[in-house]
Structures are given as structure tokens and as C-alpha cells.
Design a protein around this ligand. Structure first.
Ligand code: PEP
Length: 248
């Protein structure tokens, strides 16, 4: 079973999401051995919940607050997402790390709040181009994972997926090579082995994200240690996206 996550980002009004979902549902082949989660904008979650019910496609969100509730104007809590029918939430996407200055400590709190509220988590990690060029990929991945998962119990990792997303590959049209992906994914599993156990390292679900398209998806999702893909740009074209999924 391969896991595919669509990150719709800040696109689609609720009406656009409705049309997108109707199209996706009619084209999604449940028998394809793909677990599909669509991470919609907050304002499209209610239409997502309504339309995705009983389709086998899961509802996801793109972020949550690190606080449980209270005076945090404009924030969305884990409990709110759970009540909105969300199954899984993305945490630590590089756009949040870079553009909204989210740090690993906040990401750690967000993961704990998400798990406490019964949500699954997709933790995004990945190096910048400067880190890649100065051979700091492993160091970056280790720090991001260790700080994000600090204080978690091993059994909680069942609800955590890690997505390896080199920042330079996101939205750039320049995906990492299979070799680079296998190198990053192996490093991620090694950190899990060192901090938790070999069993956890083998069992944790690890995805790749960054300019996945119909030409590279098959090779990427079949790279060693890779359990699926997180897809941004290419998930927006409903016809193209269902075609992409059929190539997994
Ligand atoms: C992403 O936003 O996480 C992502 C992988 O985007 P894209 O597929 O557009 O590179």
C-alpha cells in the first residue's frame, strides 16, 4: 500500500473544492492499493467531510496551532480539526518553517497536540539548498526529527508519517534524484532507530515530496524505503492528479 498526500495549500474556495472533490471521487480507484489523503484549506474542510464520507479518501489539514485553546486569534486547534472530520494534519511544512518562522520547538508542541486530539501527523523535514551544498543534509534531518519528536512514546509513531521534502525541490520543478531520496530516507530511518528502535525505524511511514509529477512518480514511490509521496502543485489539476495516482 502506497500513501499519497495532496497538499492543496492556499488554493480553492469551498465551491472550487466541491468541484475538485466530485471529480476526484469519480476518478479515484479504490482498488489501486493507494491510501489517499487530501489536505484542504480550513474553509473547505466541511465540504470535504461531507463529500469524502464513505469514499475511502481521507480528509487532511495543512497546519494546526501548538496551543490547545484560548486567546489565540486566528488560530485553529487540534480539537477543532478533529471535530471537523480531519484524519491527518501536515506539521512543519517548509513554507511554514521559512515564511512563518516556525521552529522545531513549536513543531514538537503541534505534534503532541495533534496526537492528543486523535489526529495523525505528517511531519515534513528537509534541507535547504545551502545546507545541501555544504553537505549538511544529514545534520539538518537529524536535528529536525529529534527536536520534532522529542518526548514522544514509540507507540505514538504509528500515527506519525515523515515526509522528506528537500526545500530546493518544492515547487521548483527540480525533484531530488532517486539516489538523493534514498540517501535522505535512509538517514531519516537511522535517526528513528537511534532514538526509538530498529522496529520503529522499519515500520515508520516515510514519504518523499518535491516536484513529483507523472514522469517521476513511479520511480520515486518505488525507491528503497519510500512508502509514498506528498504532492503539492500536481495535486491541483484534478484530471492530471488522478492520472498521476494511477501511475504509482
Ligand atoms: C509541497 O508543497 O510539499 C510539495 C511537495 O509541493 P510540490 O509538489 O509542488 O513541489
Amino acid at each position: 500500500m502506497k500513501k499519497i498526500i495532496a497538499n492543496i495549500k492556499m488554493n480553492q474556495t469551498p465551491i472550487q473544492s466541491r468541484d475538485y472533490l466530485i471529480n476526484m471521487i469519480s476518478r479515484f480507484d479504490n482498488s489501486k492499493n493507494v491510501e489517499l489523503t487530501l489536505c484542504l484549506p480550513y474553509t473547505s474542510l466541511s465540504i470535504g467531510r461531507l463529500l469524502l464520507d464513505d469514499t475511502g479518501i481521507k480528509l487532511g489539514a495543512q497546519n494546526l496551532s501548538e496551543e490547545e485553546c484560548g486567546s489565540y486569534t486566528g488560530e485553529i486547534s487540534g480539537g477543532m480539526l478533529k471535530c471537523a472530520g480531519v484524519d491527518t494534519v501536515i506539521v512543519g511544512h517548509s513554507e511554514r518553517r521559512v515564511k512563518f518562522k516556525e521552529n522545531n520547538k513549536q513543531i514538537n508542541k503541534k505534534i503532541k497536540v495533534a496526537l492528543k486530539n486523535g489526529l495523525g501527523v505528517i511531519l515534513c523535514v528537509g534541507e535547504s539548498l545551502a545546507e545541501k551544498n555544504t553537505l549538511k543534509t544529514l545534520e539538518t534531518l537529524k536535528t529536525q526529527i529529534e527536536e520534532a519528536l522529542k518526548g514522544l512514546y514509540e507507540n505514538e509513531l504509528e500515527r506519525v508519517t515523515i515526509s522528506y521534502e528537500p526545500i530546493w525541490a518544492i515547487g521548483s520543478g527540480k525533484n531530488a534524484t532517486v539516489r538523493e531520496i534514498e540517501y535522505g530516507v535512509k538517514a531519516i530511518r537511522k535517526v528513528i532507530e537511534d532514538d526509538f528502535s530498529l522496529k520503529a525505524a522499519k515500520e515508520i511511514c516515510v514519504l518523499y515530496g518535491g516536484s513529483v509529477n507523472n514522469k517521476n512518480i513511479h520511480a520515486i514511490t518505488h525507491a528503497k524505503g519510500v512508502n509514498g509521496a506528498l504532492i503539492g502543485g500536481a495535486s491541483l489539476e484534478e484530471g492530471g492528479f488522478s492520472n498521476l495516482i494511477s501511475l504509482v
